[in-house]
Design a protein around this ligand. Structure first.
Ligand SMILES: Nc1ncnc2c1ncn2[C@@H]1O[C@H](COP(=O)(O)OP(=O)(O)OP(=O)(O)O)[C@@H](O)[C@H]1O
Ligand SMILES: [Mg+2]
Length: 504
C-alpha cells in the first residue's frame, strides 16, 4: 500500500476536475510530486503544483500585531498550522485507458503518494528507453522512447553552466549503447566549443566507459566543401556584394564548368572558377575576382568533399564536428549549413541512415532576427525542424539564450528539456513557445539546481522534473575548474620550459 499523505478539502473554488487542495497529515509532500487517489472512474493521477501553510491564529494582521508574541504563549498555535497542497489532476486510469478527469474528486478523499507502476504507466516510460536520470521524489528512472524524444525534435534550454552539455552527453551515451534490434541512429554534433571531443578519446581511467570505437571526431578547420557540389545560388549568396550582372556571369561560368565536369573533366574548385573570369570584361572580372578571393581565404573549399558524409554517417556512429578551432563565424556557419543540407538531402532519398543533428549554441545558427547573410544555416535547420520528422531526420537544439532563438524552429521542437534559467525574458519566451508549461511550472525553473531539469512535450505525458543521471563517458577538458586549469597551465608551461632547456 502506498503512503497516505492527506485528505482532499473543500474550498471556495475546489475541488474541481482541474484542481483541488488536500491537507497534508503524513509524510513529506513536495512541489512537483505525483500523487494518486481513488476516483469514481478509476485511479486519478495528479501533480502537486504548490504548497501553502496556513494557521488561523495568524490570519488577521491587526490581532497578530497587537497580541504578537503573546499568541504562542496563550494559544495552541502550533496545532493549527496546516500544510495545504494544491494539486492538478493529470488523468485517470479507466480500465486500460488513460482519460481526462471530467468530475472533481470528493472532499474527504484520501490522497496517496503515486505508485511507481502508475507513474511509469501514466508517463509512458519504457524499460528499454533512453535513461536520462531519475524522476524527482520518486526514484524512478526516466526512460524515454527514442522516437517520442527525438522524432519531432528536441530543444535543451538553460542558462550557462546549468548542465546542458552534461545532459547531452548522457543522451549521446544512451544513443550509442543501443543494440541493433532496438534500432540505432547516427548522431552528428556541431560542437562549437569542443565539449564532446572526449567521446573520441580512448579511456585510460576505469571510472569511465570508452565510447571511442563508435565515435569519429572531425577537425572542423580541415573540412573541405566541394565547390562543384554547391548550388550556384548558395555560392552567390556567400558573395555579399555581388551585383545582378556579376551573378549572371558567375552562373554562366558555373554551368559551363558543370557540364565540362559531367563530360569527364571532373570536379572544379575556386581556382578553376577564377581562371574562367579572364574571359569576362575587366569591369565584371575584377570585382568577381575580389569576391572569390574572399571565399578562398576561408580555406574551406576544395574539389571534393573531405571527409565524405557517406564515410561518417552510419547506424550507431557518433560524429563530432569540432568547430572549436575555427575563428571565422562565417566559416562555422558555412560548414553547419553545407553539412546539414547534404545530410538532409541524402536522408530524403534514404542514402544515409536516420540521424539526429545536435546544434550547440543554436542561437548563433538559428537566430530570431538576423539578416540571411549572417545566418547561413538558418533556412536548412528550419526546414529540418519543419519536415525532418517524415524522413527520420531529427534536430536537437541546445541554447543558453532562448530569447534569441528563432521562434518558428523552437515551436517545431515538440519536446523541451529546460534546466535552470533565471533571466525573465528567456523564461517568458519559453512560456510562449511551449504549450505544456504554465506559470506555476515556469516559476519552478528558476529554482532548479545544476543538473536538475524539467521535461515537457511529446516525449512525456505530463511536465516532469528529473535529476540528470551521472555521465559514464569521460568529461571534457572544458569541465575543469578554474583552479585545476590554472594548475594545469603552470605544469604545462614548466614542461615546455624544461623541454626547451633540454633541447638547448
Ligand atoms: N547532472 C549533473 N551532475 C553533476 N554535475 C553536473 C551535472 N550537470 C552539469 N554538471 C556540472 O556543471 C558544470 C556545467 O555543466 P555544463 O558544461 O553541462 O553546462 P552548460 O549548460 O553546457 O554550460 P554552457 O552554456 O556554458 O555550455 C560542469 O562542470 C558539469 O560537470
Ligand atoms: Mg555547454
Amino acid at each position: 500500500m502506498n503512503l497516505q499523505l492527506g485528505t482532499v478539502v473543500s474550498t471556495i473554488d475546489g475541488p474541481s476536475p482541474s484542481k483541488f487542495d488536500f491537507v497534508v497529515n503524513n509524510g513529506s509532500v513536495h512541489k512537483g510530486m505525483f500523487v494518486e487517489l481513488n476516483y469514481s472512474e478509476g485511479t486519478m493521477i495528479c501533480l502537486v503544483e504548490e504548497l501553502i501553510k496556513t494557521n488561523r491564529y495568524f490570519e488577521r494582521p491587526d490581532s497578530v500585531k497587537t497580541i504578537g508574541a503573546e499568541l504562542e504563549k496563550n494559544f495552541p498555535t502550533a496545532d493549527w498550522e496546516f500544510l495545504i497542497a494544491k494539486a492538478k489532476p493529470l488523468g485517470v486510469f479507466y480500465e486500460s485507458l488513460i482519460k481526462r478527469a471530467t468530475l472533481p474528486p470528493s472532499p474527504g478523499t484520501k490522497v496517496f503518494i503515486a505508485s511507481n507502476e502508475n507513474i511509469k504507466k501514466f508517463l509512458k516510460l519504457e524499460d528499454n528507453g533512453l535513461n536520462l536520470g531519475s524522476i524527482q521524489f520518486h526514484d524512478i528512472p526516466l526512460k524515454l522512447n527514442l522516437s517520442k524524444l527525438l522524432q519531432k525534435h528536441l530543444s535543451v534550454l538553460a542558462m550557462s553552466g546549468a548542465g546542458k552539455s552534461f545532459l547531452m552527453s548522457v543522451i549521446l551515451e544512451e544513443l550509442q549503447k543501443r543494440s541493433d534490434d532496438q534500432g540505432k541512429i547516427a548522431t552528428i554534433v556541431f560542437d562549437t566549443h569542443g565539449e564532446y571531443t572526449s567521446f573520441g578519446e580512448p579511456v585510460t581511467n576505469s571510472n569511465f566507459v570508452d565510447f571511442s570505437a563508435n565515435t569519429r571526431v572531425v577537425d572542423g578547420s580541415k573540412i573541405k566543401i566541394s565547390v562543384s557540389n554547391i548550388s550556384p545560388q548558395t555560392l552567390s549568396s556567400l558573395l555579399s556584394t555581388i551585383t545582378p550582372v556579376q551573378k549572371r556571369e558567375l552562373f554562366k561560368i558555373i554551368s559551363k564548368l558543370r557540364s565540362e565536369m559531367k563530360s569527364g573533366l571532373g570536379p572544379f574548385d575556386l581556382i578553376t572558377l577564377k581562371n574562367e573570369f579572364s574571359s569576362l570584361d575587366s569591369k565584371t572580372a575584377i570585382p568577381l575576382n575580389f569576391l572569390v578571393d574572399e571565399l578562398i581565404s576561408l580555406n574551406v573549399f576544395g574539389k571534393i568533399d573531405d571527409p565524405s558524409i557517406f564515410d561518417l554517417v552510419k547506424p550507431g556512429q557518433l560524429v563530432i564536428i569540432d568547430l572549436n578551432n575555427i575563428i571565422s563565424e562565417r566559416k562555422k556557419q558555412l560548414i553547419v549549413s553545407y553539412l546539414s543540407q547534404k545530410l538532409f538531402n541524402l536522408r530524403r532519398v534514404k542514402k544515409v541512415c536516420p540521424f539526429a543533428l545536435l546544434v550547440e549554441e543554436a542561437h548563433n545558427f538559428i537566430p530570431e532576427n538576423t539578416s540571411a547573410e549572417f545566418a547561413l544555416a538558418k533556412p536548412i535547420l528550419r526546414t529540418i525542424a519543419r519536415e525532418g520528422r517524415k524522413f527520420g531526420a531529427s534536430l536537437i537544439i541546445v541554447s543558453q539564450r532562448p530569447k534569441r532563438l528563432d521562434t518558428t524552429t523552437l515551436a517545431n521542437c515538440n519536446t523541451n528539456i529546460i534546466l535552470r534559467i533565471t533571466n525573465p525574458y528567456d523564461l517568458d519566451h519559453i512560456k510562449q513557445s511551449s504549450e505544456g508549461l504554465d506559470s506555476g511550472t515556469i516559476s519552478m525553473i528558476s529554482a532548479l539546481r545544476v543538473g536538475e531539469a524539467i521535461i515537457v512535450g511529446e516525449a512525456i505525458s505530463a511536465p516532469t522534473f528529473f535529476k540528470v543521471r551521472m555521465r559514464e563517458s569521460m568529461p571534457s577538458k572544458h569541465e575543469m575548474s578554474m583552479e585545476d586549469a590554472a594548475k594545469r597551465f603552470v605544469a604545462d608551461d614548466k614542461t615546455s620550459v624544461d623541454e626547451i632547456s633540454n633541447f638547448l
